[in-house]
Design a protein. Structure first.
Length: 178
C-alpha cells in the first residue's frame, strides 16, 4: 500500500529522526559510535499522484540534538560525556548563528513504494545537494541518507591530537507515520 495523497505534517510525536556517527583513527577504541536523536523537528510531505508530484520539507532545531546511545569505547558513555558531546555539537553546528537545519526536496523519482528524494540540505548556513533513499509501507515512511560533514564545511570532531576522530560520513535515518 502506498502513502495516501495529500499534505501530511509530522514531527517527533510521529516517529524518529536519528543521526549515527562512527569513529576512525588510531585511537578509535577509546571513543564511541553515537546514536543522536533530533528531539525538536517538524516536516511536511506533499504526496501527489506519483513521486514526481510529491515534495518534502524538514526543519530540525540544531540545539535539539540529544545523544541517545554510545557503543564501543573503553568506558561506558556517562551523563557528563553526553553533555560534553551536546555542547560540541552546538559549537560545530554554530547553533547560535544557525539554529535550524533544513532539508527541502527538489525532485522525487521512483515508485510509490520505493523512491529517491533529491534535495538541498542546509547545515550551519551552508546549502548543498543531498540524496535521500526512502520507502513507504502503508502510512509509514522510512529512509536514510549519508551526510559527508566536510561537504558542509564541518570539520569532524577529533581528540588526542587526531588519534581519535569522528568519521566524515554520518548516517541520517527516519521512520515516521504520516
Amino acid at each position: 500500500m502506498a502513502l495516501r495523497e495529500g499534505t501530511h505534517e509530522f514531527g517527533p510525536d510521529d516517529g524518529r529522526l536519528l543521526i549515527r556517527t562512527s569513529r576512525s583513527g588510531l585511537g578509535r577504541r577509546a571513543g564511541h559510535d553515537l546514536t543522536i536523536e533530533a528531539t525538536r523537528w517538524r516536516g511536511t510531505a506533499v504526496v501527489g499522484g506519483g513521486p514526481g508530484e510529491s515534495s518534502v520539507e524538514v526543519t530540525v532545531e540544531a540545539d535539539g540534538l540529544q545523544v541517545r546511545e554510545g557503543t564501543g569505547g573503553v568506558l561506558p558513555l556517562s551523563d557528563a560525556d553526553r553533555e560534553q558531546i551536546a555542547a560540541n555539537m552546538r559549537e560545530v553546528l554554530r547553533a547560535g548563528e544557525h539554529p535550524e537545519i533544513t532539508f527541502r526536496s527538489t525532485g522525487v523519482s521512483g515508485t510509490p513504494k520505493r523512491f529517491t528524494v533529491e534535495g538541498e540540505l542546509t547545515v550551519a548556513g551552508r546549502t548543498e545537494p543531498l540524496t535521500v533513499e526512502a520507502a513507504a509501507d502503508g502510512d509509514r515512511l522510512k529512509g536514510e541518507a549519508t551526510v559527508k560533514q566536510t561537504r558542509w564545511g564541518i570539520k569532524p570532531y577529533s581528540a588526542f591530537f587526531g588519534a581519535l576522530k569522528l568519521a566524515d560520513d554520518v548516517r541520517v535515518s527516519f521512520d515516521v507515520a504520516l
